[in-house]
Write a protein that binds this ligand. Structure first.
Ligand code: CA
Length: 221
């Protein structure tokens, strides 16, 4: 895969590039956010690895701008150790995966391989469950041709469910992945948002309540 590595620690950036090259990839390294955006505009990459802590515009801002310009790039964020908030912010902004620092190179290579597999299996331009369609490029949701207006949080929640149809998510996991302060669990909030989504998505219902566990989205059988 053609991979853009955005990491300001030169030594680490070189180690990452070396590990990716050894694994058969084609990495290009830049050391700040501006250069990353320039590069991404000039040519296309299968994957972009972005460190959150960058001089100038930080990794989140790079991700935000990338997402507004080229929706379909795969992005792996490198976050500071234990920064749950960072990892959630990254996922909310549309990162495909995150890896906390410090990490072992084989783990990075494994994550890259997993993202590459997902990429090869499906272009991931949209998610589908029955006649419900979530466009990952322009972030619009349609059902049977009807446009459904969603708030950012509703969209994030729906995206999590639709990426893995049939999988049961606990309220706690959904809470952690959608909201910024996972230590202030308020799983009632998840119930409220699920209720809103159900109302907006309409009939026949697609979001199931799995008693004592949580929620899953799937076509009625
Ligand atoms: Ca850094």
């Amino acid at each position: 895969m053609r991979i853009l590595v955005v990491e300001d620690e030169v030594r680490l950036a070189r180690q990452i590039a070396a590990a990716l090259t050894e694994a058969g990839h084609d990495p290009i390294t830049v050391y700040d956010g501006e250069s990353a955006l320039d590069r991404a505009l000039q040519s296309s990459f299968d994957l972009i690895i972005i460190d959150v802590g960058l001089p100038g515009i930080d990794g989140f801002e790079v991700l935000r701008r990338l997402r507004s310009q080229h929706g379909a790039n795969r992005v792996l964020m490198l976050t500071a150790r234990g920064e749950v908030k960072d990892r959630i912010t990254g996922l909310q902004l549309g990162a495909d995966d995150y890896l906390p620092k410090p990490f072992a190179m084989p783990e990075l290579v494994a994550r890259v391989r997993a993202l590459g597999r997902r990429y090869a299996e499906e272009p991931m331009l949209s998610l589908h469950v029955a006649d419900l369609v979530l466009d990952l490029v322009d972030h619009r949701v349609h059902r049977g041709g009807r446009l459904i207006e969603l708030s950012t949080r509703e969209l994030t929640l729906l995206k999590i469910l639709m990426r893995e149809p049939g999988r049961v998510f606990t309220r706690t996991e959904l809470c952690e992945r959608v909201w910024e302060h996972p230590h202030e669990y308020d799983t009632k909030l998840v119930e409220v948002f699920i209720g809103r989504l159900r109302k907006k998505i309409g009939d026949p219902p697609l979001i199931r309540t799995v008693r004592h566990v949580g929620y899953a989205i799937r076509e009625s059988s």
